[in-house]
Design a protein around this ligand. Structure first.
Ligand code: HEM
Length: 547
């Protein structure tokens, strides 16, 4: 661990950058031309959807009505067809065939994102270990350290989400909030920082800002606008190898983490000397330090680099979807009360169950008086806490969150690049280098997969159907599926549900400032905030401190 604290990375000289940029652009040109000349991406039997007269690609038709366009294509050409959209030639895969893309390692989501945006160079530049492009390191980090410990992390997540809402939104009588995402950014950043790096590090506003800003830096690289321009990927790759905004974020993390780790180490040594067990801090940073031999970090910068990757994949997505959830509450006010009622019922049930347990323990003599429960799992002060178990029981909120993902997701998403030639089970051949894209309409908006009224927003459609929002399968793909399915979905869904719970319990009404943007709010793409703000009205009168 001493090594972890002492090493330092040399900076890249500016002269190297001057040479690298033009050289990179030259190489990019050559590589792109070679690709254009040699690639023969299509199996000739895959039908090409004709381009509408006056258009140069299918972008406009998709923008006008993506569902109508895709239904027409499916009817005319079957489940697999070629389109030209988002500046690319894409093979669209629909219906049951989609499963074959996720289950076949020859299709890569990571390669597709990198080809489109150059994101790997951006991310890899902060790592010293586990730089293999097929490394499952971050996946395993989340799977082994976050998901199993979620119930333990929940109190601090809830505490941070509640604190920021109460401080920044507080009591509202029709309060106009032009940019609700600003509040959500702080909510998610504080919650994630506490889980990833612990409360001492989370006290540094610079670290919180890094959690937020990294999200933006990442968004700029992977954002949809960026994907429209093939040159961007090439210039990104070159640029981010040398001039990468992530380096200043690493500095912020290491500066804040170093002294905290030193202090923790001192406390551990002191506890050992006194023969008492050290109260080991509960955060991902500590778990990584404790298991450094297994994980093999080169130094503290490397460890913080891996934490930064974790931030990149988690904060951007969770902030965006949590903000979007507020807009859904504004657009469908009729669900506000049922969601609030469910919360009251669940917390009431838990309170009654805890009371029953207390009574049985008092009767059996295990506890002599009510006071003895203080500080234990049966402490009445915590009966109505938003524990992981309580949030799990809120099945209406779960269904609401799942329905938001289903309804909102852009119909052509989750591009995958074929790393080698693949023959699908229906005989279709996908050439090496071909970009395939998932037709989410054929699954998320299909009667067969979703039941009645697939075009409607019906937030309780999954009630009683064993279809939790964390269940990644062909009928629900926001987190992908199979071996690469997002391992952070358990944390993400729990946070989203908590944001929903806080909103409906504190506010009786959320409205859009400009309801004409309703469609945009409901179908907004990730990273594209709605132009209208929100108006909040509190459920109860202000407390003394709020007044
Ligand atoms: C609303 C929030 C989120 C969404 C929509 C989302 C979505 C996704 C998607 C679509 C993938 C790619 C799956 C594939 O390759 O097929 C992915 C991968 C991943 N996500 Fe998430 N994610 C979210 C939140 C999180 C959080 C909170 C974490 C961490 C705490 C996380 C960690 C990861 C990791 C490590 C991977 C890489 C998995 C691999 O390549 O094996 N995600 N996510």
């Amino acid at each position: 661990m001493i090594g972890l604290l002492s090493a330092n990375t040399g900076s890249v000289p500016i002269d190297a950058l001057k040479v690298a940029l033009p050289l990179g652009i030259g190489l990019a040109t050559a590589a792109l031309l070679t690709f254009k000349m040699t690639s023969n991406p299509y199996d000739k039997s895959i039908p090409n959807v004709p381009i509408r007269k006056g258009d140069s690609n299918h972008d406009k038709e998709l923008e006008e009505d993506q569902d109508e366009f895709l239904i027409r294509c499916e009817e005319d050409y079957g489940p697999i067809f070629n389109v030209r959209a988002f500046n690319q030639d894409l093979t669209v895969i629909s219906g049951p065939m989609v499963r074959e893309v996720f289950m076949n390692e020859s299709f890569s989501f990571g390669d597709a994102m990198d080809t489109l945006t150059g994101v790997r160079a951006f991310m890899m530049s902060v790592l010293k270990s586990h730089k293999d492009i097929d490394s499952r390191f971050t996946h395993e980090l989340v799977r082994d350290n976050i998901s199993p410990n979620l119930p333990l992390f929940t109190p601090r997540i809830v505490e941070q989400l509640e604190r920021v809402v109460d401080e920044q939104l507080g009591y509202c009588e029709g309060k106009v909030v032009e940019k609700p995402i600003k509040i959500v950014q702080d909510m998610i950043a504080y919650a994630m920082t506490n889980v990833f790096m612990g409360p001492e590090v989370a006290k540094h506003r610079t670290v919180i800002d890094t959690f937020i800003q990294v999200t933006y830096d990442f968004g700029k690289v992977v954002g949809r606008e960026n994907r429209k321009n093939a040159w961007h990927a090439w210039s990104n790759k070159t640029k981010y190898r040398v001039l990468n905004p992530l380096h200043k974020h690493i500095e912020v993390l290491t500066d804040a983490a170093g002294p905290v780790i030193e202090e923790r180490r001192r406390q551990e040594a002191e506890a050992n000397e006194n023969g008492v067990e050290w109260d080991r801090p509960l955060d991902i940073m500590q778990r990584l330090l404790d298991n450094n031999e297994k994980y093999g970090f080169v130094d503290l910068e490397d460890l913080c680099g891996h934490l930064l990757i974790l931030i990149l994949v988690s904060v951007h997505t969770t902030t965006d979807t949590s903000t979007n959830l507020m807009y859904y509450l504004a657009c469908f006010p009729e669900y506000h009360e049922p969601l609030f009622q469910e919360q009251e019922e669940v917390l009431g049930q838990i309170e009654a169950e805890q009371e029953e347990l207390r009574q049985s323990k008092l009767q059996s003599g295990e506890f002599a008086s009510v006071e003895e429960f203080v500080g234990t799992e049966l402490d009445p002060a915590h009966d109505r806490d938003l524990s992981a178990a309580a949030i799990k029981r809120m099945v209406k909120m779960d269904s609401f969150v799942r329905e938001i993902f289903r309804y909102r997701m852009t119909r052509l998403e989750l591009q995958h690049l074929a790393r080698e030639p693949v023959t699908l089970s229906n005989g279709t051949r996908i050439a090496k280098g071909q970009m395939v894209v998932i037709n989410l309409r054929s699954l998320h908006q299909s009667y067969e997969y979703q039941g009645e009224d697939p075009a409607e927003f019906r937030p309780f459609r999954f009630l009683g159907k064993a279809k939790a929002a964390t269940k990644a399968a062909t009928d629900f793909l926001p987190f992908g599926m199979g071996r690469h399915a997002c391992p952070g979905r358990f944390l993400a869904i729990q946070e989203l549900k908590t944001v929903g719970v806080l909103m409906v319990s504190r506010y009786s009404k959320i409205e859009m400032i400009d309801p004409s943007h309703k469609k945009r709010a409901l179908l907004s793409r990730i990273g594209e905030p709605c132009p209208s703000g929100l108006i909040f009205t509190s459920r109860t009168a202000p407390t003394k401190t709020e007044a």
